[in-house]
Ligand binder design. Structure first.
Ligand code: FES
Length: 252
């Protein structure tokens, strides 16, 4: 259940160009968060909270790790906070990736783009514990923006793609989907054009997409985050019904 909590900053590290890893301490959030969920963080001086996906939790140490890019004054404020600062957070927010009916030995492809990579990492660590075979395709703007390569390689076959070809394959994540071994299901998180391309490329395979849309209220009240769906209502709210949806449920 989503709650308002105070999370203490334990560490902040720059891990790539404009990209930061922040570890936060709070027992409730670290105990209840599942892969795909996010934190909605209040930043003083900014009306809207910032939604940031969860990259890892340590239930023993009561820590939650988030990764974010400094894309505006809100996230730029976050990185200058001192260690020990308490952040006002709503979380764990949203619904996570469905994994219940995956059997041990199943093969899964995980596709992440840019700042959509962190929730894929959290999911991967949980699936690995369940004996799932993992393959990854990770897309970044360029080598300078790349992070977590070794962490992913320790969990499964990993293909890196960069827009400019400065590292790994040149192009888009969808350019290399045909090169990986067969898989039973896929999960993907990244910008909307990437999710659309992934869905179109894999029309007959069960898949789940996690959206990294900008949000308003974050709790289902403002309709700033709707995505068209093919159910009776015709739309769903990313903050409340998502951010993860079945690929065949959304219209992109
Ligand atoms: Fe307000 Fe989703 S952000 S309804």
């Amino acid at each position: 259940m989503i709650k308002k909590e105070w999370m203490k900053i334990v560490s902040v590290d720059k891990i790539a160009k404009d990209s930061y890893e922040m570890m936060l301490e709070n027992e409730y959030i670290s105990t209840h968060a599942v892969p795909g969920q996010f934190l909605h963080i209040a930043v003083p001086g900014h009306t809207l909270r910032r939604p940031i996906s969860i990259a890892a939790v340590d239930k023993q140490a009561h820590t939650t790790t988030i990764l974010f890019k400094t894309v505006g004054s809100g996230t730029e404020t976050l990185v200058i906070y001192e260690i020990g600062t308490e952040l006002d957070v709503l979380g764990p927010a949203g619904k996570g990736f469905p994994v219940e009916n995956l059997h041990e030995g199943a093969s899964v492809l995980l596709i992440g783009g840019g700042i959509g990579v962190p929730p894929i990492y959290f999911l991967a660590t949980e699936l690995k514990k369940r004996g799932i075979t993992l393959q990854f395709i990770l897309g970044f703007q360029s080598q300078a923006y790349m992070f977590y390569e070794k962490k992913f390689q320790s969990l499964g076959e990993t293909v890196i793609v960069t827009d400019d070809g400065s590292y790994g394959e040149k192009g888009f994540v969808t350019d290399v989907i045909g090169h990986v071994a067969p898989f039973d299901r896929y999960y993907s998180c990244g910008p909307l054009p990437m999710l659309k391309a992934v869905k179109n490329k894999l029309p007959h395979i069960e898949g789940y997409l996690s959206f990294e849309e900008r949000m308003g209220c974050g709790v289902g009240a403002c309709f700033a985050c709707v995505v068209p769906t093919n159910d009776q209502k015709g739309y769903k709210k990313i903050c409340q019904d998502g951010p993860v949806f079945a690929a065949d449920e959304v219209i992109l």
